[in-house]
Design a protein around this ligand. Structure first.
Ligand code: GUN
Ligand code: ZN
Length: 429
């Protein structure tokens, strides 16, 4: 007979999208639990009911800790782990000064393996169990990432970052090579275990129209794959795109005309969008990825969360490490709250938690497997200590409800708040 484990604690789950429907679609049990069998969620309910229904289960009681789905980071650059928090530059200078020299080192498979392992261990200790990462131009950086994730049993997504202009020589491929390398890596990794391959043109300034077309053709051959890129992050970048693609109607058009716009497309940042771009993104059902710590750190701008959600856009949440200044999705939620405040909107804690879990899972088209802890889904979950530091503990003592209890951890928490992280039911951090 297979082992059954009952994890008890506070639980919180959503029967709808609180960014649209508000906090009433959230369900909180102060004495709740989840039952895990063979790496999957078998049941969710009150501690009382689950103890009665599964008397044979091994019980792990997490006390007052909050059991949540593992966080899902919808846009990250694992190769930028070692250069996070690099000082003083805006996007294009930041790429040339810090990012490209660091990414050059991933031609060395040993270095790629070291950083992939370091990154995934940091992610797990911060409660992130799934992420969608850019790798580098080097196929070995993709192999290192998927192998490191496989060793930890993690569901991860990612792909080779393609560039054939406006980057140093050691970081360039060609249209043909981008297509061939990406295709070979896709065939090697997509659907292998818990890996998903993501077609990854870095952004229009570093790809020729020929390369964008080649990757558009690859996507057309594999429409079930996701495609990720950057869109309208900084105004200087947008002006550069306009110069490089004089015929394009706008930045999004540089992707659209090359077959790189679709419902399985992930567009990172998406801050300075034109009305036509917003219309097209919504029409096709693309996902926009909000990267708030990056957008403040690199000085990019204020993502219009409320306006974009209200018009029906799909939105995920992400660290964008190492443009983002943290590995923590708690810190990322705090930054999303602060950015929304600067636009006159107070995001409810239910919306922030949903974005970091089910919302990001939906943007990655994997919410049927992770991000919800619904029965049948994969048992990737965390426990959050809502009193992890003296400052947080003294504030949450006053809490009148779960939202007041969790909001200090969202705003002030970090990896110290993550008391455990489980992947397919196995404790990994
Ligand atoms: N635009 C193109 N590449 C990058 C990158 O690595 N990070 C960020 N933040 N923006 C980009
Ligand atoms: Zn990015």
């Amino acid at each position: 007979m297979s082992d059954i484990t009952l994890h008890l604690g506070q639980t919180l789950w959503f029967s709808g999208d609180p960014t649209i429907a508000g906090p009433n679609v959230a369900h909180h049990d102060s004495h709740g639990g989840i039952v895990i069998r063979d790496g999957y969620v078998l049941a969710r309910g009150t501690a009382h009911d689950l103890r009665r229904e599964y008397p044979q289960a091994l019980v792990e009681d997490h006390g007052q800790a909050l059991i949540l789905p593992g966080f899902i980071d919808a846009h990250v650059h694992y190769p930028q782990t070692a250069m996070i928090a690099s000082w003083g530059k805006r996007l294009i200078d930041w790429l040339n000064t810090y990012t490209f020299p660091e990414e050059m080192q991933f031609g060395d498979a040993g270095y790629a393996t070291e950083i992939a392992g370091r990154y995934l261990d940091l992610a797990l200790s911060h409660g992130t169990t799934t992420m969608c990462s850019y790798c580098t131009i080097h196929p070995q950086s993709v192999d290192a990432y998927f192998m490191a994730a496989d060793a930890r049993g993690m569901r991860v997504l990612g792909g080779k970052t393609c560039m054939d202009r406006n980057a140093p020589d050691g970081l360039l491929d060609t249209a043909q090579l981008a297509y061939e390398d990406s295709k070979a890596l896709l065939n090697r990794w997509h659907g292998k275990g818990r890996a998903s391959y993501v077609i990854t043109p870095r952004f229009s300034p570093t790809s020729t129209p020929e390369q964008l077309s080649a990757l558009g053709a690859l996507w057309a051959e594999h429409p079930d794959c996701l495609m990720q890129t950057h869109l309208s992050e900084q105004t200087d970048e947008i002006a550069w795109v306009r110069g490089l693609f004089p015929e394009a109607r706008d930045y999004l058009d540089t992707y659209e005309t090359h077959g790189l716009l679709g419902a399985n497309g992930l567009y990172g940042h998406a801050i300075h969008l034109e009305p036509r771009e917003r219309d097209r993104l919504r029409e096709v059902g693309a996902a926009l990825v909000h990267c708030p710590t990056s957008n403040t750190f690199i000085g990019s701008g204020l993502f219009d969360m409320a306006g974009l959600v209200a018009e029906g856009q799909r939105v995920g949440l992400a660290t964008d490490t190492g443009g983002g200044s943290s590995f923590s999705m708690l810190r990322t939620m705090a930054a999303a709250y602060e950015v929304a405040q600067l636009r006159g909107v107070a995001l409810h804690p239910s919306a922030l938690l949903w974005l970091a879990t089910e919302g990001s899972a939906r943007s990655l088209q994997i919410a049927d497997r992770v991000g919800t802890l619904a029965p049948g889904s994969e048992a990737d979950f965390i426990t959050l200590d809502l009193r992890s530091t003296p400052a947080i503990a003294q504030r949450s003592t006053r809490a009148a409800d779960i939202w007041e209890a969790v909001f200090p951890t969202i705003m002030m928490g970090d990896d110290r708040a993550v008391s455990g992280a489980w992947v397919m039911g196995e404790k990994r951090a």
